[in-house]
Design a protein around this ligand. Structure first.
Ligand SMILES: Cc1cc2nc3c(=O)[nH]c(=O)nc-3n(C[C@H](O)[C@H](O)[C@H](O)COP(=O)(O)OP(=O)(O)OC[C@H]3O[C@@H](n4cnc5c(N)ncnc54)[C@H](O)[C@@H]3O)c2cc1C
Length: 454
């Protein structure tokens, strides 16, 4: 049996993978006995912010990672594909149905047990082995202290900020237009020619007034301010706005590829809204994570054309993120260097994002199960996205380690790469999928032989 602390994306995936090889798994999940500041339900794999799993095409690194996970029998991907909502070239899901789907699958599996309650320290090998710590960015304080004691001073905490969500019926549809950037739509809108995003167009004057309001709005107080540190890809809008008057127009408010049907031209700036539920009753503001005070958010965001009367289902906010300095702690199999029956997976292991968290859980779960079956832990080839992720967390420079989303930049280059960027990325993906199939066949054969021998 394997033990997993935390029933989030990583923990659920790890349990599923272990059970798939016939090795039972127990998940220890503290909710609802003990809550986090952000989760709202007692469901496993609850998505705490955006409902997007990001790009879903093979010319995109996270699209490749998802395809690899599908081929490795990922539970997270099976459920995500089943409850997807329209989102252009991205994979977005109905968040309630997603968590429900994962929870039902885990609870119905005869080899998986879920125990509710906090684990307040890292259990020793004679108590729980193998053990996966998958407690996420909001790891409970007591366990965080235990992790800090285990990894030493390299244990870090910092902050992220999240986007607001508005009620669809309060959006003024006469001012917005439905379209996907560059018309890359799944055709999931009300009619076939519709795009997947609602776009709020701003004129130059509207944009300048909006920019001015953002830079002068009041921010919420954040404790531990001296340690506040954000990912470049997840900067609060007000931080971007402070960098220069055009920064937002070249970031989340960029108009490129969005033609306003009323003018036949790209607007000066655009705010995109993405459907957040299957029913289409909630929309999130894409890339609008913020730490402005809630009253200020309502005032400033209602300056956006189409959102003058918007009701906010959830405001943007700032949150804690707990993760280890992975390169000093982990190997590419997600085992700790100091204790080979102890794994870290998910956001706490030093990856960033839903998909990356689930992917690390997938490999950690398989490897923990392999230990039970008397086989050594193994890592997928570095030429795959999932293997590159494990290599990155275990080999990046620990002196300035930053959790990373998957990118093509951490996959080794092709021997003779095509000239065009898109062709190069597609060729990298083709190589990855071929290498993954070969690796998985060999790894699974060995597992089945080991399982049959027990
Ligand atoms: C507010 C916020 C917004 C985010 N937004 C996004 C986003 O929009 N897109 C994105 O890709 N990523 C986002 N992330 C980052 C990250 O991808 C997600 O947090 C993701 O859920 C990580 O998966 P996980 O399995 O590692 O952790 P989680 O999904 O958080 O799962 C960890 C589980 O462990 C439990 N737990 C914690 N401590 C203990 C304990 N001591 N004992 C037992 N159980 C415990 C928790 O209750 C939780 O259920 C966000 C993170 C936060 C905090």
């Amino acid at each position: 049996m394997i033990h997993i602390i935390g029933g989030g994306l990583a923990g659920s995936e790890a349990a599923w993978q272990s059970a798939a090889t016939g090795v039972p798994a127990t998940i220890y999940e503290m909710r609802p006995v003990q809550k986090t500041d952000v989760h709202q339900t007692d469901r496993l794999a609850e998505l705490v912010c955006s409902n997007s799993f990001r790009g879903d095409k093979l010319d995109n690194a996270v699209g490749l990672l998802k395809e690899e996970m599908r081929r490795l029998g990922s539970l997270v991907m099976q459920v995500a594909d089943r409850v997807r909502v329209p989102a252009g070239a991205a994979l977005a899901v109905d968040r309630a149905k997603f968590a429900e789907g994962v929870t039902e699958a885990i609870e119905a599996h005869p080899l998986i047990q879920v125990e509710r309650g906090e684990i307040a320290r890292i259990p020793a090998s004679d108590e729980m082995s193998p053990l996966i710590v998958a407690t996420g960015p909001l790891t409970s304080e007591r366990l965080s202290a235990g992790i800090a004691a285990f990894v030493g001073q390299d244990h870090l905490a910092f902050f992220d900020a999240i986007s607001p969500i508005v009620l669809a019926e309060t959006i003024d549809m006469s001012k917005v237009f439905r379209q996907s950037r560059w018309d890359r739509s799944l055709g999931g809108g009300p009619t076939e020619s519709d795009g997947d995003y609602l776009n709020c167009p701003l004129t130059k004057d509207e944009y300048l007034a909006f920019h001015d309001a953002i830079v002068t709005a009041e921010k919420a107080a954040v404790h531990d301010f001296d340690r506040t540190k954000f990912f470049e890809g997840c900067l609060p809008v007000e931080v971007m706005a402070h960098r220069g008057v055009d920064t937002l127009r070249f970031g989340p408010m960029k108009p490129a590829g969005l033609t306003d049907p009323r003018t036949g031209r790209w607007p000066y700036a655009v705010v995109q809204l993405r459907q957040d539920t299957l029913a289409g009753d909630h929309y999130s503001l894409v890339g609008f994570q913020t730490q402005l005070k809630w009253g200020e958010q309502a005032r400033v965001l209602r300056m956006i054309p189409g959102l003058e009367q918007a009701e906010f289902v959830r405001f943007g906010m700032i949150h804690r993120n707990t993760y280890i300095n992975a390169p000093t702690v982990l190997t590419e199999t997600w085992q700790t260097r100091g204790r080979s029956d102890l794994f870290f997976a998910g956001q706490v292991s030093g990856v960033e994002g839903y998909v990356e968290s689930a992917a690390s859980g997938l490999i950690a779960g398989r490897n923990a199960a392999r230990l039970v079956l008397g086989r050594p832990a193994i890592a997928p080839p570095r030429t795959t996205a999932i293997g590159a992720l494990g290599h990155y967390v275990s080999h990046a420079d620990p002196r300035h380690y930053d959790p990373s989303n998957i990118t093509f930049g951490i996959i080794p280059p092709l021997a003779s790469p095509p000239r065009s960027r898109q062709e190069r990325q597609l060729a990298t993906s083709r190589r990855a999928l071929a290498d993954l199939e070969r690796w998985a066949r060999e790894a699974d054969d060995a597992i089945w032989r080991a399982a049959a021998a027990i």
